[in-house]
Structure formats: structure tokens, C-alpha cells
Design a protein around this ligand. Structure first.
Ligand code: NAD
Length: 390
């Protein structure tokens, strides 16, 4: 039973995870090397709880008990009673390895050591520890108190019991957990790449403007946000860095190739909303971009982006990165896609998916458009991912 939780890193993710654990009755200690981060985290939580009380989501007593459950500590030795440590510090493998080695010396030998990393190898982190079998990835999404999904990533060395305990603990915190193999970007951040990259390709080729592609993806595709609005929201520095790191981690697979358009935006400092300009202008006297709303062209845009997402999801299944149910849950709960991609593939039919991908491949002769072997095999055998409804 996990009762005492220690969070290392009081930034955006650490603070959110601390709130989730405290809301679920755990005693939480949150540590940061930077004292101001602790003060900021504490002040932000107070503001969040006040808002939630005003909205009627929590009673005063519940808010008080969450506050009482969290201690902000500036001496890492205070985490010595932890049953579970979740690290949410800077995304740097060497710094994380050092932090894990320091934590290991302080906590009891039964304590689980988890990392919230979005992209680094859990196996490599575990290898830096003297008890690698207790190291695991527990990957929350931003904002942690709101996003339902948590990816659980066992390292090659992780003990089965640690996987089960981690998963059941996070489940009792009201989250939906999915199991992912320790591969670069796990499920969500890998499968979602074409949402951005294929949209940028369509724009770079001059087929449609960002505004038209966003319109097509939301109005026709049913996505909550269009790819360009979303990239502007995430920040091009962050989005480009993830794309570049996934591309390198997959040994420069063409499928994950970053775009020059986004690189130039980063170089120009046009980072999106936070800098006032990205694909869109957020200045006071900016006006909405005009674009055509041709339904047929819109459908073609959706078809091309969605088929690339389906292909990525099918390949994740083909390579046993996760189960089909977990892949679909990951994309609907982690990035709010309107439906699971494999379910979507069933609705379109494997023959349709294969033929759209083959047409793209024939046109461009680039390996990024290669159809997943799983889609081909299923097409040949007349199979669907889920049982057909009678
Ligand atoms: N921001 C996201 O959308 C998101 C989503 C999922 C996962 N993640 C991952 O979560 C982790 C944290 O991301 P974030 O966005 O919260 O970062 P952040 O920059 O908001 O916070 C990181 C905090 O860690 C502290 N820190 C740095 N080195 C430390 C150390 N050695 N010991 C203790 N504290 C240290 C910093 O002072 C800072 O307060 C990263 O691994 C990131 O990849 C981020």
C-alpha cells in the first residue's frame, strides 16, 4: 500500500502530480533544488483550490485536507519515509541519473522509484541505480490533475510486482493507466507525431493554409483543436524539440522527420501563443486568416492526416508497444482524439487505409508513407482490430 509519496521537482508536472496524490489521501512531500519553485508551487495550489471550492468541485474541508497532505521540503533527506518517489525534474538523462542515485541512498529498499520523463529511456535510468528492478516510468500528462491518462513504462529490469503495484496505485488515484514498452516517446508522443508533421507537410506543399487545415481537422475530423492551433499552444520550441528527439531516437526514421518550417519559427522566436506569434498572429490588431471551406478538399486533408495516425497506431501494435485497447485509450484520454485510431481503422476498412497509404507512397516515394505490415496482413485476411458488430 502506497501512503507516503515524494515528488522530486516542483515545476508544472511535479506540482500537478503532488495535487493528484494528495487528493487521493497520500501524504506528499515535494522537493525542488530551487526554493522559489516550492513557493510558487504552494501559491499556485492555493489559487487552484480556491477556484475549485468556488466552483463547488471541493468543499472547504476537502481543500484543507489536500493542503494539509502536502509538505514543501528543501532538504531531500526528508523523503526517507517514501513508499513511492516520482521524479519530475528537467528532461536530461544525466541529471536524472544523478538524482536517482541520490534518492536511492535516502529511501528504503522497498520504495518504488518512478520517472515522469516524456522521452528518456527508463531502462537507462534503471541501469544507473543499484536496485534497477524497482525503477519504472509513470508518465502523467499536462495538466496532471485534469488529464485522465497515465502511461506505465516498465524498464527491461523492472520487477513484475513493482509494475502491478504502480499500476494499481495510479488506478486508485482515478486515472486510466496503459502499459507501454520502453521505446522512445512511449505511446502517445510517438503515435501523435503525424498530427503535427503531416499537417505541416500539407501546408509546406502549398495544398492548404494552417487555418484551412485546422478548420478541416476540427469541423470535419472532429478533433478538439487543429494541429496549428495546438502547436502554437504547446510552443514551437517544445514541440520541435520533442519531434527532433523522437526522430533521433528512432535512428532517423523518415516518418518522424522534423520540418524546416517549424525550425524556422523557433529560430525566429515565433514560439506561438506565449511569444504572441507562431503560425497565427496573437497581436492586438491581428485579424482572422481568410481561407476556403471546400468540403471535398477538407475531407482529403483529414483523410491524409488521419491515415498517417492510423498507420502509426497500427505499427505501435505491430511492434508490441502496447495492446490495441491501450493504444486507443492512450490517444482518446491522453490527447483527446475523437475516437481510438484502431477503431477508426476498422470503420474505414483495412483496404481503404492500405490504398490511401499506397497512393501517398507511390506519389512521393518516401518511406514515411510505407504502410504498416499489420494493416497489409489484416487486409489480406479480411480482419478488423475489434470484433465486427452483427
Ligand atoms: N510539461 C509537460 O507538458 C510534460 C508532460 C509530461 C511529462 N513531462 C516531463 O516531466 C518532467 C518535468 O517537466 P515540467 O514541465 O514539470 O518541468 P518544469 O521546468 O516546469 O519543472 C522542473 C522542476 O525541476 C526542478 N529541478 C531541476 N533539477 C532538479 C534536481 N536535480 N532536483 C530537484 N529539482 C530539480 C526545477 O527547479 C523545476 O522547478 C520532465 O521530465 C518532462 O519531460 C512534462
Amino acid at each position: 500500500m502506497i501512503k507516503n509519496v515524494a515528488i522530486i521537482g516542483a515545476g508544472a508536472m511535479g506540482s500537478g502530480i503532488a495535487q493528484v496524490a494528495a487528493q487521493n489521501g497520500c501524504k506528499v512531500k515535494i522537493y525542488d533544488t530551487y526554493k522559489q519553485a516550492l513557493t510558487k508551487s504552494q501559491a499556485n495550489l492555493a489559487k487552484t483550490l480556491e477556484k475549485l471550492v468556488n466552483k463547488g468541485k471541493f468543499t472547504n474541508e476537502q481543500a484543507q485536507s489536500i493542503t494539509n497532505n502536502i509538505r514543501y521540503i528543501d532538504d531531500i533527506h526528508n523523503i526517507n519515509d517514501a513508499d513511492l518517489v516520482i521524479e519530475a525534474i528537467i528532461e536530461n538523462l544525466d541529471i536524472k541519473k544523478k538524482a536517482f542515485q541520490e534518492i536511492e541512498k535516502i529511501v528504503r529498499s522497498e520504495c518504488i522509484l518512478a520517472s515522469n520523463t516524456s522521452s528518456l529511456s527508463i531502462t537507462s535510468l534503471a541501469a544507473a541505480c543499484s536496485q534497477p528492478e524497482r525503477v519504472i516510468g509513470i508518465h502523467f500528462f499536462n495538466p496532471a490533475p485534469i488529464m485522465k491518462l497515465v502511461e506505465i513504462i516498465p524498464a527491461v529490469q523492472t520487477d513484475k510486482g513493482i509494475v502491478e503495484l504502480s499500476k494499481s496505485t495510479i488506478d486508485t488515484w482515478g486515472k486510466e493507466t496503459v502499459l507501454a514498452k520502453d521505446t522512445p516517446a512511449f505511446i502517445v508522443n510517438r503515435v501523435a507525431r503525424p498530427f503535427y508533421s503531416e499537417a505541416i507537410r500539407i501546408y509546406e506543399e502549398g495544398i492548404a493554409s494552417p487555418a484551412m487545415i485546422d478548420w478541416a481537422m476540427t469541423e470535419i475530423g472532429g478533433f478538439r483543436m487543429g494541429p496549428f492551433t495546438l502547436m502554437d499552444f504547446i510552443g514551437h520550441d517544445v514541440n520541435f524539440a520533442v519531434t527532433e528527439s523522437v526522430f533521433k531516437a528512432y535512428y532517423y526514421d523518415d516518418r518522424y522527420k522534423p520540418s524546416f518550417t517549424q525550425k524556422r519559427l523557433v529560430e525566429a522566436g515565433y514560439l506561438g501563443r506565449k511569444s504572441g506569434k507562431g503560425f497565427y498572429d496573437y497581436g492586438e490588431d491581428s485579424s482572422e486568416q481568410e481561407f476556403n471551406k471546400d468540403k471535398k478538399q477538407g475531407e482529403k486533408i483529414v483523410e491524409r492526416i488521419v491515415v498517417m495516425l492510423i498507420n502509426e497506431a497500427a505499427d505501435a501494435l505491430f511492434w508490441n508497444i502496447a495492446t490495441k485497447e491501450d493504444i486507443d485509450t492512450a490517444m482518446t484520454k491522453g490527447v483527446n482524439y475523437p475516437k481510438g485510431l484502431l477503431k477508426w481503422a476498422d470503420e474505414w476498412g483495412m483496404d481503404v487505409c492500405e490504398s490511401i497509404l499506397d497512393d501517398l507512397f507511390d506519389e512521393y516515394r518516401e518511406t514515411r508513407y510505407r504502410c504498416s505490415p499489420l494493416i497489409r496482413k489484416m487486409q489480406r485476411k479480411g480482419l478488423t482490430f475489434y470484433p465486427k458488430r452483427k
